[in-house]
Design a protein around this ligand. Structure first.
Ligand SMILES: Cc1cc2nc3c(=O)[nH]c(=O)nc-3n(C[C@H](O)[C@H](O)[C@H](O)COP(=O)(O)OP(=O)(O)OC[C@H]3O[C@@H](n4cnc5c(N)ncnc54)[C@H](O)[C@@H]3O)c2cc1C
Length: 202
């Protein structure tokens, strides 16, 4: 039995591991277009604030083992292909076409069961200038690396959106000594009391 999972973060990695436990003889392949897999996105603000120094810590088990493709192969018996995008699904012939993000190489993988764990994407409002440099979403480790690089070189930030992720990002940036302005469409963004702890807030 061949099981293919698209997406190798929280949902995809868990689904693959569970499927292997339930079907020990199944051949399970997980593909993800990103470089980082099975990470705790909730740790991103701690990485941005520098409390977590290395992005690999976000992919680590409680005993410090990094959950990379080698870990999944050895410990879970699951094959993980990173930097590999699922481009089309042929449901009639049960095939997924894949594209290697870096080399542009194409291939195909067959499945008996296909699991979609492709997650979500940040909503970027249709604002003029939204593609200018220095504008970063907070979703993935790749975003967090960019944000940390910018936080090292800059001293001011504007965070658009005062939901949980926005406010945790505000806290992380202010802990780095940045001057942060929050822009929020709705009123009363301080549901979690985070703004009280922001030192340089306008
Ligand atoms: C800063 C931050 C803090 C958070 N804090 C918390 C918290 O404290 N508590 C909590 O419960 N949740 C928190 N969350 C939310 C939590 O991280 C998400 O709910 C979780 O990551 C969802 O996992 P997922 O696997 O469903 O989706 P995603 O994490 O979106 O993963 C989907 C994966 O699919 C891949 N993918 C998508 N399309 C394709 C394709 N065509 N081909 C190949 N790969 C593809 C993507 O590259 C991605 O790796 C936080 C999120 C963020 C960003």
């Amino acid at each position: 039995m061949k099981i293919v999972v698209i997406g190798a973060n929280a949902a995809g990695a868990k689904a693959a591991a569970k499927a292997k436990r339930m079907n020990p003889h199944a051949e399970i392949t997980v593909v993800d277009r990103g470089s980082f897999i099975s990470y705790g996105a909730c740790g991103i603000p701690y990485y941005v604030s520098d409390m977590v120094k290395d992005e690999k810590e976000l992919m680590s088990t409680p005993v410090g083992v990094v959950r990379d493709p080698a870990f999944f192969r050895k410990v879970k018996g699951v094959e993980v292909l990173t930097e590999t995008e699922a481009v089309t699904i042929d449901r009639q012939n049960r095939k997924v076409s894949l594209l290697k993000v870096v080399s542009g190489e194409s291939s195909c993988i067959e499945y008996d069961t296909l699991i979609l764990a492709t997650g979500s994407s940040p909503v970027i409002p249709p604002l003029e200038g939204r593609t200018l440099p220095g504008i970063i979403t907070v979703k993935s480790i790749e975003d967090a690396i960019l944000l940390k690089e910018q936080a090292v070189s800059g001293d001011r930030a504007c965070v658009v959106g005062a939901g949980l992720i926005g406010l945790e990002t505000v806290e992380a940036l202010t802990q780095r000594g940045m001057q942060v302005t929050v822009v929020e469409l709705c009123g009363s963004p301080d549901a979690h009391g985070v703004l009280d702890r922001v030192r340089y807030l306008h």
